[in-house]
Design a protein around this ligand. Structure first.
Ligand SMILES: Nc1nc2c(c(=O)[nH]1)N=C([C@H](O)[C@H](O)COP(=O)(O)OP(=O)(O)OP(=O)(O)O)CN2
Ligand SMILES: [Zn+2]
Length: 132
């Protein structure tokens, strides 16, 4: 149940956790000569955000550790890989990687509301659940 203060709208609560992994990729559909057509690597940062009710006794949506546990199988598929070889990531742009992660994290009683992928310090992509 969400915390409610009389006279104020109920709160929407989200929790987030950032994960990191190292991987190589190349972008197969960029124009000839584009630097990203060559294999190169990134230190990826992935932020996963969950939305859900705050448990009235525990005072949290879910333990952050549950988010880490849900992430672990994806980490195993991504870390120190050539992303183009991972099923579903044949064209591993930030946009498609964010969607790939979004579709694979499920925690009962919560909804993944957004996934942010940062390939570099200055570039990132965020995908959101429709209607949020
Ligand atoms: N919309 C997107 N644009 C680009 C993506 C992407 O996934 N979505 N990816 C790339 C490449 O992966 C590239 O490695 C990252 O590009 P860029 O941000 O240009 O990285 P640099 O650190 O090399 O930036 P400079 O400003 O050139 O130093 C490209 N575009
Ligand atoms: Zn790249």
């Amino acid at each position: 149940m969400e915390p409610v203060t009389p006279g104020k709208p109920p709160l929407i609560t989200e929790i987030s956790r950032e994960f990191t992994f190292e991987a190589a990729h190349r972008l197969p559909h960029v124009p000839p000569g584009h630097k990203c057509s060559r294999v190169h690597g990134h230190s990826y940062r992935i932020e996963v955000t969950l939305r859900g009710p705050v448990d009235p006794k525990l005072g949290w949506v879910v333990d952050f550790a549950e988010l880490t546990a849900a992430w672990q199988p994806l980490q195993a598929q991504l870390d120190h890989r050539l992303l183009n070889e991972v099923p579903g990531l044949e064209n591993p742009t930030s946009e498609l990687l964010a969607a790939w992660v979004f579709e694979r994290i499920h925690i009962p009683g919560t909804q993944v509301s957004k996934v942010r992928v940062a390939e570099t310090c200055t570039s990132s992509c965020t995908v959101f659940a429709a209607g949020t």
